[in-house]
Design a protein around this ligand. Structure first.
Ligand code: ZN
Length: 290
């Protein structure tokens, strides 16, 4: 009984000390899983995606160059929001799946966008910038580690319950559990409504600062709803519900973002294709040209 009380007390203490103010938003977040742990788990998960999709990753296409150019400018702005993220190995890939309307970002700036969403919605550069800006915002605001923390806490809660019933053990390590959770739920769990509105708000600003028209944000959501009709036809729409309120709040942000967009100062860029540039295909190609 004493052991059980102690265990419950440890969990509460861990939960209390796990709250921290988020970067960029300043919101108090529940953090059992550190960002560093989320990044190592995500790096592992990302390399598995690249391996699995290797035949479908665009290399040297004009679409790939477009996405790289846009994302590079967005990341240069993201790094200004959180200077320590300049150390991240930011990476974006374009996955050639003409039927997939999706895009995502994991902790540490590991991103993907599918050809389906670009081609089917005939996205302009400004609209691609809104999608990638939104995804970068999730990474910037530590949303992956936050979601992993909630999942880890739920799992630890279950273990506590089984320990109370005398069927489980209290010796499992939180860090190990978190890593296991990361690989299974890394990109599949939908974000909360609050995380979504944070990503919208930060994303439109990153895009404006990178030189992309803020009007494209509400326009993108209208296009998405019109093209996909009902919920569920688009992967991105199923995790990103496009309600009237979302379009309204983005529209309200447009005038505030216009001065950033109209600013005439140069728009810097940041590398976002390190992995592929170092990859065997690129190296083989480089050797042929030598
Ligand atoms: Zn989102």
């Amino acid at each position: 009984m004493i052991v059980q009380r102690l265990a419950a007390g440890v969990l509460v203490a861990a939960a209390l000390s796990a709250c921290a103010n988020a970067p960029v938003t300043g919101r108090n977040q529940f953090m059992l899983v550190s960002e560093g742990d989320a990044i190592s788990a995500s790096t592992q998960a990302y390399s598995e995606v690249l391996k699995k999709e290797s035949g479908k990753i665009e290399q040297g296409s004009s679409l790939e160059r477009r996405v790289e150019t846009i994302t590079g400018k967005l990341v240069a702005q993201a790094v200004k929001f959180r200077p320590e993220t300049a150390q991240w190995k930011w990476e974006v890939v374009v996955i050639d799946e003409p039927e997939t309307l999706n895009a995502w970002a994991m902790a540490g700036g590991k991103m993907a966008i599918y050809t389906g969403i670009i081609q089917k919605l005939q996205l302009s550069d400004d609209e691609i910038a809104q999608i990638m800006g939104h995804e970068i915002a999730h990474a910037l605001a530590k949303h992956t580690s936050e979601r992993m923390s909630v999942a880890a806490a739920q799992q630890i809660g279950l273990q506590l319950a089984s320990a109370f019933l005398g069927t489980g053990s209290m010796t499992s390590q939180m860090a190990l559990q978190a890593a296991a959770i990361a690989t299974t739920v890394g990109v599949q769990l939908p974000n909360s409504r609050q995380q979504e509105s944070e990503a919208d708000r930060i994303g439109i600003e990153l895009a404006a600062r990178a030189g992309y028209d803020p009007n494209a944000a509400p326009a993108l959501w209208k296009k998405m709803v019109a093209a996909t009709g009902q919920k569920g036809k688009s992967d991105w729409l199923s995790t990103h519900p496009a309600g009237e309120r979302r379009i309204e709040s983005l529209t309200a942000l447009v005038p505030k973002m216009m001065p950033l967009y109209e600013d005439r100062s140069p728009r810097p860029t940041h590398p976002v294709a390190l992995l592929r540039e170092a990859g065997p295909d690129r190296l083989a190609l480089a050797r042929q040209h030598d």
